[in-house]
Write a protein that binds this ligand. Structure first.
Ligand code: ADP
Ligand code: MG
Length: 239
């Protein structure tokens, strides 16, 4: 919820977020601070800074990203207003690039990379990733407790949401191929920036795994129902 905080003599608008436990709070502080620090040196990737934090109430106040919009709300409103497709494609390329910057600089995956956690603004090259409160498994195995993750989880999760979830009901079906183009561009941006050792082929298996395993995704996206359609085909998404 937006509110005001005093920093020195400055009053800045903030976005306050409360956490359910001390552990989650501490993890969010650490991951958010790291993301913000990394974002200062990145080309596209940014993360909001922490303005204040309260360890007793497990509360973090972030800078309010005023005017920044969740990426798929932007797509909806701009497509309805005839936003040029080339700009949308470029936006998705930058999102992919920004995610690779975050992965590369922190060695962590985001863990909850779906479009509500990606904020953009028209005519702005920056891409804000938010919500670093999920455990961030390390990319490279060192035997630690969190090493269950794969970078491809971030990519596959984002791709699934873009491909399926947000085709607005009022859009004609013709919009669906555009979602594929946007997803492909996201992956292209990612692999343009990611280290050469990351293999785009591994995206496919992670994509199928997320939809196959008994989690919330297969139900949310009716993958059984849509399984036979083009929506979940990934062979033409390779960058
Ligand atoms: N710093 C911020 N400035 C502006 N809006 C924000 C900010 N952080 C989050 N939001 C908005 O609030 C929503 C929820 O915040 P988020 O940190 O993702 O919490 P949750 O854990 O509930 O997903 C986001 O999807 C975004 O639209
Ligand atoms: Mg969120």
């Amino acid at each position: 919820m937006p509110q005001d905080a005093n920093v020195g003599s400055r009053s800045v608008a903030t976005f306050a977020k409360c956490f359910g436990s001390k552990e989650l709070y501490e993890e969010a502080v650490e991951n958010s601070l790291e993301a913000w620090r990394v974002g200062r040196d990145a080309q596209f990737f940014r993360a909001p800074c922490i303005v204040d934090s309260d360890p007793n109430r497990w509360l973090i106040e972030f800078e309010l990203l005023d005017g920044w919009t969740e990426v798929l709300s932007l797509i909806r409103s701009w497509t309805l207003r005839g936003w040029p497709r080339a700009e949308l494609v470029d936006l998705f390329h930058r999102i992919g690039y920004a995610v690779a910057e975050y992965h590369d600089a922190t060695g962590k995956i985001h863990g909850d990379l779906y479009p509500a956690n990606v904020l953009c603004r028209k005519d702005d090259h920056r891409v804000y990733l938010i919500d670093f409160s999920r455990p961030n498994p390390r990319l490279h195995s060192d035997g630690g407790a969190y090493n269950y993750g794969s970078i491809y989880t971030d990519l596959a999760l984002f791709a699934i949401f873009v491909l399926v979830k947000y085709t607005p009901p009022q859009m004609p079906l013709a919009w669906r191929p555009v979602n594929r183009d946007l997803t492909r561009e996201f992956l292209r941006g990612y692999f343009e920036r990611a280290p050469g050792s990351y293999d785009p082929q591994d995206f496919d298996s992670e994509f199928s795994r997320l939809l196959r395993e008994g989690g919330v995704l297969p139900r949310t996206f009716m993958s059984r129902f849509f399984g036979w359609t083009r929506i979940f085909r990934v062979d033409d998404l390779q960058p």
